[in-house]
Design a protein around this ligand. Structure first.
Ligand SMILES: [Zn+2]
Length: 288
């Protein structure tokens, strides 16, 4: 089973948010979500299984903030290998015997280039450490998500390349005007990553309305992924309420696929219901 081959032939459904479900389950926002892979693996395993049951063919590990810089906020910076390894093994376990790909989620470090320099942090080292642990734990590919800075994405992608030339998806959270930090156009970011031989690029964590504008029209010379969020939330009695319904995401998925996306999932605010709705839409489109 080779993901790139499969994506050439058909569109696949990704999973949805993990953090949103954890919050709904009463996990506090101040907690380190990634640490749950070690202390409550069953909770994370259940979420993966729900997404697989909803029709996701690619699931992402619960490791978005699993780099040393972000884990340091919780005093867990020495446990990068342990946490990412555990996360990869949990996801691998849920995929056992099924036609499911496991992607290791890697988010931005959460600091600027200047801050990294001032603190003596080698950003490449941070990414290498996390990516190495995820691959060691058995993930099939690395999913760089919610990056807003092209330079940081390049550092992360190169770190992945130094380990081996396996698959990585490079997904940006662009602003509604199609720009990244420092004013770089999203399409310029895609072009730059293609020069570096990135196999797959994408957009995630922007609203359904925005993402259809951001995905470049027509089939480009790269494979595209699209993971819209469920709109921007409002807070009601301590709960986050997201505006987009499962059927809204299905409609957006149809437009994204028509625009060339080969992998469609969901970001913040999406649940197994949203993913089931997207999966049904994809299945319906491919029957024709
Ligand atoms: Zn998101």
């Amino acid at each position: 089973m080779d993901l790139l081959d499969e994506l050439q032939k058909q569109v696949l459904c990704g999973d949805g948010a993990i953090g949103t479900l954890l919050l709904e389950q009463g996990i506090l926002l101040e907690r380190c979500f990634e640490e749950l892979c070690v202390i409550e693996p069953e909770r994370i395993e259940k979420i993966h299984l729900e997404y697989i049951g909803a029709g996701a063919r690619i699931i992402k590990t619960n490791t978005f903030g699993g780099n040393a810089v972000r884990l340091a906020r919780f005093g867990l910076e020495k446990r990068v290998e342990e946490i990412n390894g555990a996360a990869a093994r949990i996801a691998r376990r849920t995929a056992l015997g099924k036609a499911i790909y496991v992607a290791g989620s890697v988010g931005p470090l959460g600091l600027t280039a200047d801050e990294a320099r001032d603190r003596g942090i080698d950003r490449g080292d941070c990414f290498r450490e996390q990516i190495g642990a995820l691959l060691e734990g058995g993930v099939d590919l690395i999913f760089f998500e919610t990056f807003t800075d092209l330079e940081e994405m390049e550092i992360a992608f190169q770190a992945r390349r130094e380990i081996d030339d396996g698959l990585a998806i490079c997904s940006f959270a662009g602003s509604p005007d199609g720009r990244l930090a420092a004013g770089t156009l999203l399409v310029e970011g895609f072009a730059k990553l293609r020069e570096l031989n990135a196999q797959m690029v994408g957009v995630n964590c922007v609203s359904p309305e925005e993402i259809v504008q951001l995905i470049p029209p027509g089939p480009g010379d790269y494979l595209l992924s699209a993971y819209p969020n469920a709109g921007y939330p409002t807070s009601h009695e301590g709960r986050l309420l997201y505006p987009s319904r499962p059927e809204d995401l299905a409609k957006v998925a149809r437009r994204l696929i028509a625009g060339g996306a080969r992998l469609v999932g969901g970001c913040c605010g999406t649940t197994p219901k949203h993913i089931a709705s997207i999966a049904a839409e994809i299945a319906g489109m491919q029957e024709k």
